[in-house]
Write a protein that binds this ligand. Structure first.
Ligand code: HEM
Ligand SMILES: [Ca+2]
Length: 776
């Protein structure tokens, strides 16, 4: 019941490719199709034989991309090649639906049994593992049921795909190439599809809270609860959802914890140039655009995959289908002291594809993918209305004896303890309390919103709450984007990548024309589950607090995870800011603090969970391909020998991995030598740069976009003001001003770096935005 299966799919593609480069129609010539793009931004080039290579602006090898950003390129719509996809008839689809329905209900009834069983299948609050679960939780039960519904639909599609694959004898590669993708909407599986948002004919002036309708042709691009995109097709053992295995032996991959123990030890390696503010801002912005969620029971309870004393995984009959516990090796130098052999790990929730087609599992991003300060405002209208005061355009604050803090969390489990005198906060993101300097960042931007709203209200007394709120939000998002592209990214990626990926902002007096409606802004899975987690290596395990004269206290980071009570000490926020803007962050390398690999979220417990191991496991959970394939993607030769990382690291790698082709992306990426001028290696650099290029060129509302593109464009005068914004200005304007009246102009760089010496907050080196540009 399917159209003919071409004998050699790859040959077919190659053939089409070589002829297509000469024949594409004029509308495909739009931007990306004709310009020379970095290899990473045109993933399909890997599968095309006759590429037209070129030199990028940074004199690297690039490719004339004819396939857009899709990793299966030649199958994409608009290229007249749809006939190669298999179209299933209603009968087959009906049978598949029946089968997947039955399988899903089997899983669900087993789940119900587990929930009711007396085995320790539910995780109880109090442990580090519970903290990890809490980290990815939803806001409330409405959120939860919405997410669960979408996730179950996605699971049903994956099950149907598996049934179809088995039945037709398809190979994993067929799936990777998207050969059986088919729009399920008009089929018996149509109930699994998410309805598209309804967009007005004339685009809204302000970006929507839920990010929808940014792109009129793809109204759900960038919206919350939609899937991550991918640079390369997923690698699952069964082609559908089962985690990858060793490429050589077919055996399970080495334990992520064993890799963590062998490779990611804690060495104090301060970066000479950049401050902890750079680290903390990185985490803060990652919470603007990516959050995957662990599966949970339908009632929101956390799934446990290990027995109650952590000495073993639960037996298969007591294991939830989403369990993928991390095996702790017998001789584990740390966990053996606590007789731990099992670390909980629950797989991420899935989401149906945008085109609601069949295919392997895609993970869900819970947030708006855009840089839109959703960590301040939330990603859904419901979340936003909880955070708004509905007076004078302001957000709700907790007034703590005159100091404005984030509102207190209503959820009694938002922090690890809620003892007397402690505090636990609420913001647009559920991870706020995870780290006390993260709370500081959130507090700065909350205060900035209210500060701007107040100023606008004075300039425009006739504006109502709604107008004030929307205008303020638009300015704040502009500031955030400006700080990211002007201050943050050059530090992370270096000037070459800024040029090559067109990440540089426009010069004074000009709007940007870089918007391209063909670019999918979605966060890529490789970026979220590996590359942008480079930041974990920059975290320092301790925080030194200085009083007005001398060092007063050293705080161990695990003491302030999910325990932000210190925020209520009058001087704490200024002390923390002073530390963040003067103390160095750690180098990006294979050293990861014990605070993250042994004690993370431990609360009052002797041991915590290991973030390095979790990152590795998450990469496998999400079907990321091995490191070598991403090397190839960005144009580096594949590794052939472990020793290419040097004999010492080579030996360590050899002692865990069977083959260089098994190395996990997060591991290989951190092992790379830095690119000169950048703080990360070439593979992470390209994946990160590509992502921020998407977030800029694929966002119609990007702050400096031309009036012809951006319905809510700034006036030229306003744009010049936004361009003055800086992290230091945000700090100067929103600290408690108890200890801080001086700042280095560039907050991410240490004040000891020549040219970045402290100046007074009123100095022209930290320009002040003149808001009269908004006076009507
Ligand atoms: C301050 C200390 C930090 C802690 C305690 C922390 C902790 C965590 C945890 C528990 C997760 C979820 C892991 C999982 O279950 O897969 C995570 C994910 C992540 N972290 Fe961090 N992190 C920190 C700093 C950073 C920094 C500095 C960056 C980037 C510069 C960063 C980027 C990310 C990203 C991109 C994710 C994936 C989020 C998602 O898509 O769900 N983190 N982090
Ligand atoms: Ca966002």
């Amino acid at each position: 019941h399917v159209t003919k299966h071409p004998k050699d799919i790859l040959t077919a593609i190659k053939h089409e490719k070589s002829s297509s480069t000469h024949t594409h129609s004029s509308n495909e010539l739009h931007n990306t199709s004709t310009s020379c793009v970095p290899l990473v931004s045109c993933p399909a080039h890997l599968r095309i034989e006759h590429n037209h290579y070129c030199q990028t602006k940074a004199n690297r090898k690039g490719v004339i991309c004819t396939t857009g950003q899709n990793h299966t390129g030649s199958l994409e719509e608009g290229h007249g090649r749809r006939h190669h996809k298999f179209h299933l008839d209603t009968l087959t689809l009906g049978a598949l639906q029946k089968k997947s329905r039955a399988e899903l209900s089997k899983l669900k009834s087993r789940e119900a049994l587990l929930l009711a069983s007396d085995q320790p299948t539910i995780l109880m609050p109090g442990s580090a593992t519970y903290g990890h679960f809490r980290n990815s939780r939803t806001f409330d039960m409405t959120d939860l049921s919405q997410v669960m519904n979408v996730a179950n639909n996605a699971l049903e599609i994956a099950l149907a795909t598996r049934a179809f694959k088995d039945r037709q004898g398809f190979s994993t590669e067929d799936l990777e190439l998207g050969f059986i993708s088919q729009d399920l909407r008009p089929t018996p599986l149509g109930h699994t599809c998410v309805p598209l948002p309804f967009c007005p004919l004339i685009p809204d002036k302000y970006r929507r809270i839920d990010g929808a309708c940014n792109n009129g042709l793809h109204p759900a691009w960038g919206a919350p609860f939609t899937p991550y995109s991918r640079l390369l097709p997923a690698s699952y053992h069964d082609g559908i959802w089962a985690p990858r295995v060793s490429s050589v032996s077919g055996e399970p991959l080495p334990s992520p914890r064993q890799i963590s123990v062998n490779i990611f030890q804690d060495n104090d390696r301060p970066n000479l140039e950049y401050t902890l503010a750079l680290m903390q801002f990185g985490q803060f912005i990652s919470h603007d655009f990516t959050q995957s969620m662990d599966m949970s029971y339908p009632n929101g309870s956390a799934i446990s995959c290990c027995n109650s004393d952590g000495s073993a995984p639960l037996p298969p009959e007591a294991s939830h289908y989403a369990c993928l516990p991390i095996h702790l090796p017998f001789g584990d130098p740390f966990y053996k002291g606590y007789k731990q052999r099992c670390m909980n790990f629950v797989r991420s929730i899935l989401a149906p594809r945008h085109d609601c087609s069949m295919g392997y599992a895609q993970q869900m991003n819970k947030l708006t993918h855009f840089i839109d300060a959703s960590s301040v405002y939330g990603s859904t209208p419901e979340q936003t209305s909880e955070l708004r005061s509905f007076q004078d355009g302001k957000l709700v604050v907790f007034n703590d004896f005159g100091r404005e803090l984030l509102p207190l969390a209503k959820d009694p489990e938002a922090c690890l303890t809620m003892e007397q005198g402690s505090a636990c906060f609420q913001s647009g993101d559920t991870r706020t309390n995870q780290m006390i300097t993260l709370v500081v960042m959130h507090t700065l931007f909350l205060r900035e919103h209210n500060r701007l709203a107040e100023a606008l209200a004075q300039l425009n007394p006739h504006w109502n709450d709604e107008e004030l709120f929307l205008e303020t939000r638009q300015i704040l998002i502009g500031e955030m984007q400006n700080i990211i592209y002007k201050e943050y990214l050059p530090a992370i990626l270096g000037v070459d990548a800024m040029k090559e990926f067109q990440l540089e902002l426009q010069e004074a007096g000009k709007y940007s024309m870089d918007y391209n409606h063909l670019i999918d802004p979605s966060i890529t899975n490789e970026f979220a589950a590996a590359a942008f987690r480079f930041g974990h290596s920059t975290v320092d395990g301790q925080m030194k607090l200085y009083g007005p004269k001398k060092m007063e206290e050293i705080i161990a980071i695990p003491e302030v995870m999910f325990y932000p009570a210190r925020m209520r000490h009058t001087e704490f926020m200024d002390e923390a800011l002073s530390t963040m803007t003067t103390e160095p962050m750690q180098e990006v390398d294979v050293s990861v603090s014990d605070a993250l690999t042994k004690y993370m979220f431990r609360g009052g417990n002797p041991f915590g969970v290991d973030l390095a191991a979790i990152n590795i496991q998450r990469g496998r959970d999400h079907g990321l391909r091995p490191y070598n394939e991403y090397r190839q993607l960005i144009g580096l030769p594949r590794l052939r020998d472990f020793n290419e990382f040097g004999p010492e690291v080579g030996n360590k790698l050899r002692s865990v991995y069977e083959s260089v082709d098994d190395i996990d992306l997060w591991v290989g990426g951190l092992l790379e030598e830095k690119v000169p001028g950048s703080i990360v290696g070439p593979t992470f650099r390209d994946i990160i740069a590509d992502q921020f290029a998407r977030l800029k060129k694929g966002d119609r509302y990007f702050f400096e976009n031309d009036p012809a593109i951006n319905p809510g464009h700034f006036t030229p005068a306003q744009l010049e003001e936004i361009r003055k914004s800086s992290m230091s200005r945000i700090i100067c304007d929103n600290s408690d001003k108890i200890l801080l009246s001086r700042q280095a102009p560039y907050a991410f760089r240490k004040p000891s770096v020549p040219g970045n010496e402290f100046v007074d907050c009123r100095s022209p080196e930290i320009p002040i935005l003149d808001l009269t540009a908004w006076q009507e």
